[in-house]
Design a protein around this ligand. Structure first.
Ligand code: PEP
Ligand code: MG
Length: 589
């Protein structure tokens, strides 16, 4: 038999290496029958449709009964249930049967096409993505109408790598018991449900691996996937499998060893302490953040609460979310960032204006200035929740003092309101500013005296400083965290914070890269906030280092002229000092 060894690269969705036989969820194309009805066949056809809906509902109910009573998988699953109950789907189909005298399968397919068109017209990518959820629900109803067994993962053997065109929340709900080694889907993005759930369940996953994959992979062929690099190997040579098995074993051994450090202080051999915190977008990530030894949450992005829906969360809902956050992370604290919609983060709950350059437009605090009522509601909820645990407030995308003054004045106003009502809040709630624009970095000395802490957001700071769109793959090679301009800006901000006697942190992706740990500690940062799975490695490296040697390296870097040169110097030094750590981290050749 000829081998079909091949390699492709998709979007990394959940890190980790999976190796196992392919279990292909090959959804056969349903050939939708079309036939005309006699007038007396119409009502029986409507009844047949209702019965298929009922049968689908009962099947989904069965899956639901096996799920945890709360949690992300359940929430996502409930949403799928709602699609089934959506009147537009059922009554629109009934209407088609009655008015066009066509069979139920044809009418349902046609109604779905209309709904899908509406989804595609929405600018929010999250909402657009949901049309695939509806498609999978519709497919289940069609299968019921045509007397077919639904294809699913309920019988997937242990240890397989699931390969599918796309996976619905109902599919994913069936793999929550750790049976599946990994997931590869043709479609999807980092915000698709399968990606979100895979991350929270820590199942290695690659999405967006390319159309046609599921049809071209035979069941049982070995699949290797690296959820960190997005690489997928189909039926690789034994040498490659052995190499990835070794890599996986090394990573597991390294993680086991690293986890022994998580309860020890994040301190260098010469007594320098750095706080290591977690960036969290979903409540479900908190248990793993604590397991990895996070000393708190350094960035909670509230826009996710606004993105997954078509309405806005009110004060009560936000209050309850922030309170849950404070309670879940106690005795540590959480930094809650006010809404940073705009740029690449959009929602359909608000009609945002079309902008030619959204990254340079109405985003972050600028959006809050344009919609003070939304900002005030969020501030009220946050202040109230601050009475229930240790919360701090962080302002995104500040580019000048007027924006900061606006936000502080609004906060003062909210505090006065709450006092007058006799509502509890923490009067010492700390306020910080994200340093994400070169302007904010240059005036950090003017900002620092008015706030309690600064947090450098390198994801944006780099894009604005280097004029490189953070999401544009054509210029990704220019996105250099060790660019001398960035090093100088970070140093400047850190010195401004030090002079004002306030804390300085970093919460962009740069903070979680082990390559940069010496540079960042030498630049004077007090805390780093990152994807929580990076924390154990950083802590181990920190505990094996001295601040003195890190400073020595930084001085060398200021002598060098270009980002590449600096990168090479840092990489060489770190690999020499931490060979084992970097061996396990480098993606396979
Ligand atoms: C940043 O810009 O570095 C940051 C942490 O914010 P976000 O990635 O949410 O824009
Ligand atoms: Mg940002």
């Amino acid at each position: 038999m000829s081998r079909e060894a091949r390699e492709l690269v998709g979007l990394p969705a959940a890190s980790g290496i999976a190796i196992g036989p392919a279990y292909v969820l090959r959804r056969e194309r349903l050939v939708i029958p079309e036939f005309l009805l006699e007038p007396d066949e119409v009502e029986p056809e409507v009844a047949r449709l209702a019965a298929a809906f009922e049968q689908t509902r009962a099947r989904l109910e069965e899956i639901r009964s096996g799920l945890e009573p709360s949690g992300l998988v359940r929430e996502v699953f409930e949403a799928q249930f709602l699609f089934l109950q959506d009147r537009a789907l059922l009554s629109g189909t009934e209407r088609s049967i009655r008015e066009e005298f066509r069979n139920a399968e044809w009418a349902l397919q046609r109604q779905f096409a209309r709904i899908e068109e509406m989804f595609q017209a929405v600018s929010d990518p999250y909402i657009r993505e949901r049309s695939s959820d509806v498609r999978l629900v519709v497919r289940r109803v069609l299968e019921a109408l045509m007397g077919r067994e639904p294809e699913g993962l309920a019988n997937a053997p242990v240890g397989v790598v699931v390969v599918a065109e796309e996976l619905s929340p109902a599919d994913v709900a069936q793999i929550t018991e750790g049976r599946v080694a990994g997931l590869v889907t043709e479609a999807g993005s980092r915000t698709s449900h399968v990606a979100i759930i895979a991350r929270s369940l820590e199942i290695p996953a690659v999405v967006g691996a390319g159309v046609g994959l599921a049809r071209s992979v035979a069941d049982g062929l070995t699949v290797v996937l690296d959820g960190r690099s997005g690489r997928v190997l189909i039926d690789p040579e034994p040498d490659s499998i052995a190499e990835y098995e070794k890599r996986r074993a090394d990573q597991a051994a390294l993680l086991e060893q690293l986890l022994r450090y998580v309860h020890l202080p994040a301190e260098t051999r010469d007594g320098f302490e750095l706080r290591l915190l977690a960036n969290v977008d979903l409540m479900e990530e908190i248990p793993s953040a604590l397991r990895y030894g996070a000393q708190g949450i350094g960035l909670y992005r509230t826009e996710f609460m606004f993105m997954n829906r078509s309405d806005l969360p009110d004060e009560e809902e936000q209050f309850s979310e922030y309170r849950k956050l404070a309670e879940a992370i106690a005795p540590h604290g959480a930094v809650v960032r006010t809404l940073d919609l705009g740029g690449d983060k959009v929602t359909s709950g608000l009609s945002l204006p079309e902008e030619p350059n959204p990254a340079l437009g109405l985003r972050g605090v600028r959006f809050s200035i344009a919609h003070p009522e939304i900002f005030r509601t969020q501030l009220r909820a946050l202040c109230r929740a601050s009475a229930c645990g240790r919360l701090k407030l962080l302002l995104p995308m500040i580019s000048g003092l007027a924006e900061l003054d606006f936000a502080l004045a609004e906060l003062e106003r909210v505090r006065a309101e709450l006092s007058a009502e006799g509502t509890a809040f923490d009067p010492k709630l700390e306020v910080g500013v994200m340093i994400e624009t070169p302007a904010a970095a240059m005036i950090a000395d003017l900002i620092a005296p008015s706030v309690d802490f600064l947090s450098i957001g390198t994801n944006d700071l780099l894009q604005y400083t280097l004029a490189v769109d953070r999401a544009n793959e054509h210029v990704a090679y220019l996105y250099e965290p060790l660019h001398p301009a960035n090093l100088r800006l970070v140093q400047r901000v850190s010195q401004a914070a030090r002079r004002a006697g306030i804390s300085i942190g970093m919460c962009g992706e740069m903070a979680g890269d082990p390559l940069f740990i010496w540079v960042l500690m030498a630049l004077g940062l007090d805390e780093l906030s990152m994807t929580s799975s990076s924390i154990p490695m950083l802590k181990k490296m920190l505990r094996d280092s001295t601040l003195k040697e890190a400073r020595g390296l930084l001085w060398e870097l200021f002598e060098l002229r270009g980002a590449r040169e600096i990168h090479r110097r840092v990489e060489a030094r770190m690999m020499r000092r931490f060979p084992r750590e970097f061996e396990g981290l480098l993606p396979a050749g």
